[in-house]
Design a protein around this ligand. Structure first.
Ligand code: ADP
Length: 403
């Protein structure tokens, strides 16, 4: 610009001198032109500085977001991560959050995205650098989810930000709840016979002290209750053992027919007491071998036979047959018992589940038998199929892969 001033000034002065202007006017004009150039120059510089500043600001924002977005921790993390500005607006979120929420929440307020008053409170309190806090909360979408949010206050490129990471604890929560239910079920099952034993002992030692007939009767009840507790403990131990072994495939070569004969031998006595006939339809079967654990397979058949006998009235028939579809050995237990409603059919393999109408047939049962059956069959890569009609009877079919 100074060059322009030097170029412009001599011809202007010469022209004015030719026009015979006085010297002081010439000096005044040259100073005036100089000042105009100076002012123009400063104005241009200022504009340049403002433009530069705006660019710098843009660069800063760009680099801050790009820095976050491109960081491996942020982008590749399988945990949802969101970064908020001071006004709680999400300025960046990773792929995992998009998957988790079902949309990209950038630009939205975190209160509207997570709808958790617990998180809003935690953010309000989080105002010192490097402070970390953790909040448990639930979200209600199609299914209820149990989540933990970790919040971290940080200054990135001199901007205060809050980083939120989310972890889904739903599975852990369900497992914990199942464990708690299991413990409370077991306690309940044991408490009832225990209370009964203690009650009858008190009566024997008190009011029935001198009544030998009553004492005999009460001792028998005590024995029955003690046996019930023993059965429950045995079933629980059996279930625990089966669950422990579930993911270790069995390796013995075992004969299905032999296992079935053993189970029938054991349960025959109870059937005879109820005048129930067990009809076998597997006399011509051979080469029914599977990879399995003999004791466990016998336990499956015993449980199913025992149920068929228990839930049948006197004098009925139970048909036991063995078949094969080329892949599986199919063992069927068909009874003419009380049957199961469709609603209850889906629940019978759950631990401790007993159908309403069956309690009078087996007062003191644990409701663990079919649970044990299910786990043993799982271990053998087999399956259980049940069809039943209330008042007509039930058919339990086990499928075990042949070798
Ligand atoms: P439980 O020891 O009570 O028999 P299970 O787990 O073996 O426990 O069976 C669960 C429930 O399923 C039983 O309480 C009974 O209500 C029902 N059930 C099982 N087998 C039969 C059957 N053959 N006929 C009718 N109901 C059955």
């Amino acid at each position: 610009m100074f060059k322009l001033y030097i170029i412009i000034l001599p011809p202007v002065i010469s022209l004015l001198a030719l026009a015979e202007y006085p010297t002081f006017i010439l000096i005044f004009i040259s100073i005036f032109i100089a000042i105009c150039f100076y002012i123009y120059e400063r104005a241009k510089e200022n504009q340049a500085i403002t433009i530069k500043n705006t660019n710098l600001k843009k660069d800063k924002e760009w680099s801050q977001n790009t820095l976050i977005k491109n960081s491996l921790y942020f982008a590749k993390n399988t945990q949802p991560i969101m970064v908020l500005d001071r006004k709680y607006i999400i300025i960046s979120s990773n792929e995992a959050s998009h998957k988790f929420l079902g949309y990209n929440p950038d630009g939205k307020n975190i209160s509207l995205v997570l709808r958790s008053p617990e998180i809003d409170n935690a953010i309000d309190k989080l105002n010192s650098i490097n402070i970390f806090t953790s909040v448990d909360f639930t979200v209600f979408s199609v299914v209820q989810k149990y989540l933990t949010a970790q919040l971290f206050y940080q200054v990135i490129n001199s901007n205060p930000t809050i980083i939120i990471t989310l972890s889904d604890n739903t599975n852990q929560y369900i497992t914990d709840r199942l464990k708690t239910n299991f413990v409370s079920n077991v306690s309940h099952e044991l408490r009832t016979p225990l209370a009964s034993i203690l009650g009858f002992l008190e009566t024997i030692e008190g009011p029935a002290k001198n009544d030998e007939t009553k004492k005999k009767e009460f001792y028998q009840i005590i024995r029955g209750e003690a046996e019930r507790m023993q059965r429950l403990v045995n079933d629980l131990l059996s279930l625990t053992k089966v669950e422990e072994s579930e993911f270790r495939p069995p390796s013995e070569k075992i004969d299905i027919i032999q296992c079935l004969e053993s189970a029938i031998d054991v349960t025959k006595v109870i059937a005879e007491k109820k005048n129930i006939i067990i009809k076998k339809k597997f006399d011509n079967q051979n080469n029914m071998y599977i990879k399995g654990n003999q004791d466990q397979v016998i336990e499956v058949f015993e449980n199913l036979l025992d149920n068929a006998i228990t839930y049948s009235i006197k004098g009925k028939t139970i048909k036991v047959s063995v078949d094969s579809d080329g892949h599986y050995a199919i063992v069927t237990f068909k009874d003419q018992g009380i049957g199961i409603t469709g609603e209850e059919l889906v629940k019978i393999t759950q631990r401790f589940y007993r159908c309403k109408g069956s309690i009078k047939f087996k007062k003191h049962s644990s409701g663990l038998g079919l649970s044990i059956v299910k786990h043993i069959l799982n271990r053998h890569e087999g399956k259980l199929e049940v069809s039943s009609e209330l008042g007509v009877g039930s058919e339990f079919r086990t499928f075990l892969p042949l070798i």
